[in-house]
Write a protein that binds this ligand. Structure first.
Ligand code: PLP
Length: 357
């Protein structure tokens, strides 16, 4: 069976070495030495100032909203994984959607401006499939309207914009380190915080809001990363360059073979790629389902990612209609892309798509 992705497991002996360390120290969670080591190595590798590791990409978003005290309404994209929107709602913030640009698949700054009201407190864009948003336009809008910006950068590990980490844009960027991601810690995530004065507040919030043994000034939660997860991250980091290289090779094979057959996501010219996803855009939903069925019949499972468009969720209030996002979500497929995918397997996928198209 070929799935859209496959968890990368790093060298077992290397992981074992860290497990031995954990067993020797007996320190398994609560900001342990491996969490600290991973924070410092990741900050250097990614080129960011402040990184706070947490238990998931979803908790990273939630902690970001609480750190910045986001209230009332936030403008976000309807074309994302459900957690971008559901994390707002579970924190008492109403999502107001701004439709996407159908080429980049990212939130369109023009639509952000149109959606702003006196109750808007933040913008939550997503670098969809690692493709950098129009960060300069978004930052300009945010400054002009005094809004906070939280980038959901779950897909944008190691993406550079004009030679610097894309994660340095906005007030906070969040990452997901779920097992399916390019870089993972089994479950996990991170906040990249640009204002130094907010880092300690975020650290308190992931530990129940506790400041010290006698003071709990903020409403917090438990969003801590544990030592076994940090150990996985340290092992992944040892192999990350090789992982990216293998993904790059597969990415360009798809690009070359499917060029002129299907449509691709238009990449931001000022940013690098991390080769985490390979979305293809087809002519219609009917054609999309036909290709999916043909691949499924050979035990190949691409993913309708993202589907459905988030403005169709039954718990969204007020009701909204985002035509671009709905249109794209009905005719997009993410193809299998992971280091272990063989050349023969990839060619089988390509040939099925070409035959059905
Ligand atoms: C865009 C986006 N945001 C947030 C998340 C949530 O991350 P996690 O699964 O680590 O909670 C994901 C997960 O896939 C995602 O794709």
């Amino acid at each position: 069976m070929i799935n859209v992705t496959k968890t990368y497991l790093p060298n077992k002996k290397n992981y074992q070495k860290y497990v031995d360390k954990i067993f020797n120290s007996g320190w398994v969670t609560n900001n342990g030495p491996l969490v600290k080591e991973l924070e410092s190595r990741l900050a250097k590798y990614l080129g960011v100032k402040n990184i706070v590791l947490v238990s998931s990409g979803t908790s990273a978003l939630e902690i970001a909203y609480r750190t910045l005290e986001i209230k009332d309404y936030a403008i976000t994209t309807p074309f994302s994984f459900v957690a971008t929107t559901s994390s707002l709602i579970t924190n008492g913030i109403r999502p107001i959607f701004a439709d996407i640009d159908t080429k980049s698949l990212n939130i369109d700054p023009i639509n952000i401006e149109k959606a702003i009201t006196k109750n808007t407190s933040a913008i939550v864009p997503v670098h969809v499939f690692g493709n950098a948003c129009n960060v300069e336009a978004i930052d300009k809008i945010a400054k002009k309207n005094n809004l906070k910006v939280i980038y959901d950068a779950a897909h944008a590990f190691d993406v550079k914009y004009k030679d610097k980490s894309i994660l340095n844009y906005g007030d906070i960027s969040t990452l997901s380190f779920h097992a399916t991601k390019l870089f993972h810690t089994i479950e996990g995530g991170a906040l990249i915080i640009n204002d130094d004065s907010l880092v300690q507040k975020a650290r308190n919030l992931i530990n129940f809001g506790i400041e010290n043994t006698e003071s709990i000034p903020n409403l917090g939660t438990n969003a801590k990363m544990n030592e076994f997860e940090a150990a996985m991250g340290l092992c992944m980091l040892d192999e990350i360059e090789n992982i990216e290289k293998q993904r790059e090779r597969l990415y360009f094979t798809y690009k070359k073979e499917l060029d002129g057959v299907v449509r691709f996501q238009q990449q931001n010219e000022n940013s690098t790629l991390n080769y985490s996803y390979f979305p293809i855009i087809l002519d219609s939903q009917e054609q999309t389902l036909k290709i999916q069925k043909a691949l499924n019949s050979k035990d190949i499972f691409p993913r309708r990612y993202f589907y459905p468009s988030l403005d169709t969720l039954n718990y969204i209030e007020p009701k909204q209609f985002m035509p671009n996002s709905r249109d794209i979500s009905e005719r997009i497929l993410c193809l299998p892309l992971y280091p272990e995918l063989t050349k023969a397997e990839q060619m089988e996928i390509i040939n099925i798509i070409k035959a059905v198209y």
